[in-house]
Design a binder for this molecule. Structure first.
Ligand code: AMP
Ligand code: ZN
Length: 114
């Protein structure tokens, strides 16, 4: 359920502070420490799931909820457009191995990302 060596598990438990902007029984969302856009929020499950391929079929509702929370937060922040993305494994740019979606907005996004 929780990994004491995982930085996001420690944010979930309150051991490490974060600028939380959303929380329910399954999910938390907080501002990224090193924002890559004027709006940069991380949406993460409270349960320690390392990455997308570790999500079980019975957790599909959780994934859907994370995306919907991200979209609602972006709309609430009033950005004109935004991107929600999950870097997956090292080659996908993932550095924290606790599943999360990045919500980026507030500037023109470019494609493809680096
Ligand atoms: P990724 O590289 O896709 O795994 O994303 C990890 C993100 O977590 C990066 O954008 C980091 O800036 C962010 N991050 C790492 N530690 C913290 C922290 N303590 N509080 C908030 N964001 C963090
Ligand atoms: Zn974790």
């Amino acid at each position: 359920m929780s990994d004491p060596s995982c930085i996001f598990c420690r944010i979930v438990s309150g051991e490490i502070p974060a600028k939380k902007i959303y929380e329910d029984e399954q999910i938390i969302a907080f501002h990224d420490l090193e924002p890559q856009a004027p709006l940069h929020i991380l949406i993460t499950p409270k349960e320690h799931i390392p990455d997308l391929p570790h999500v079980k079929v019975e957790q599909e509702e959780l994934l859907g909820k994370m995306l919907l929370v991200g979209s609602r937060l972006a709309e609430g922040e009033g950005v004109k457009g935004y991107r929600i993305v999950a870097n997956t494994r090292s080659q996908g740019g993932q550095t924290v191995f606790h599943l999360h979606f990045h919500l980026l907005g507030g500037r023109q996004m470019t494609w493809p990302p680096g």
